[in-house]
Ligand binder design. Structure first.
Ligand code: BG6
Length: 280
């Protein structure tokens, strides 16, 4: 385990074990890379990503919390992805497997955006699989509600030859069509901008990268929704931190509680959202 800084000054923890390598920015507790030994990288990061304090990095796994998506007058996808988290611990929990614990709590700045007392902890287990577990603790005296995402950017060889299995027959809200409700039939395929909240689904997603000849599996716990996103040509052009044509080599399959799947946590209670990513 060692630290350095991604230009121009975001602290990043690097982990190398016989099973895998990974890097995690302390800002946002954002996993940037994970590569099992002998495999191509699994997480996608834009060539135009900006590593700057206060800006989410375009790629890896941003943590969206305590809301997913846009809230008028407030930061998109919540406020923890642009704040510095504390490294609470690092340990070797099995041969070749390292666990990092990162946490963040409420302060004056968070209360000005969201007036609740909380403790949020992400454990990142780096090994031949990558496991992210996000625990929300309500340390206040009243219940609160959250939406959230482990906003996972994945590499693929060619998006038009990529499909996502595991969402057949699920209902979804289509953000490209003003959140109109639809029902999935078969695997998800990509021919244009895709931005969907699949609701009431706890199944694994299997990302089939036909051109690359490999599958990625995302298993989950404590998650009722899955978001599937690819910006395609026009939306990509609006994003300064995506290079031209990069949408061909990426997609997001996000482990969430989003839209109608908000989670209510009573005073003193806790909830854990888990994503387990593996290569098949
Ligand atoms: C996705 C949303 O999860 O995140 C999209 O569904 C959004 O609508 C995308 O564009 C990226 O968001 P941001 O804030 O990182 O640019």
């Amino acid at each position: 385990l060692h630290f350095d800084e991604a230009a121009p000054g975001l602290p990043v923890a690097h982990i190398t074990t016989p099973l895998a390598s990974a890097s995690i920015a302390l800002q946002g507790a954002q996993v940037l890379t994970w590569q099992p030994t002998g495999q191509q990288p699994v997480l996608w990061v834009s060539k135009a990503a900006i590593f700057e304090e206060g800006k989410p990095v375009r790629g890896g796994v941003p943590v969206c919390w305590p809301w997913f998506g846009a809230v008028p007058g407030k930061p998109m996808h919540g406020f923890v992805r642009t704040r510095l988290w504390q490294l609470r611990g690092a340990e070797l929990d099995a041969p070749g497997q390292v666990v990092l614990r990162l946490g963040i709590g409420d302060d004056v700045a968070t209360h000005s955006l969201w007036d609740h007392a909380f403790d949020l902890e992400l454990t990142v287990t780096v090994g031949s699989t990558l496991t992210l577990a996000l625990t929300t603790r309500n340390t206040g005296t009243q219940a609160f509600e959250i939406t959230q995402a482990l906003h996972t950017y994945l590499c693929t060889t060619e998006i038009t030859q990529t499909t996502v299995q595991g969402l057949d027959a699920c209902h979804y809200l289509d953000k490209v069509q003003d959140f109109a409700p639809y029902q999935q039939s078969g695997a998800v395929t990509f021919q244009s901008e895709t931005d969907r909240i699949y609701t009431d689904t706890t199944a694994d997603s299997l990302i089939v990268d036909a051109a690359g000849g490999r599958n990625l599996r995302i298993a989950k716990q404590g998650s009722a929704s899955t978001v599937v996103w690819n910006p395609w040509t026009d939306k990509e052009k609006t994003m300064a931190d995506m290079a031209s044509g990069e949408f061909h080599q990426m997609l997001c399959v996000e482990t969430c509680n989003a839209g109608p799947d908000a989670v209510s946590i009573p005073a003193g209670g806790a909830h854990t959202l888990v994503a387990i990513i593996s290569v098949e």
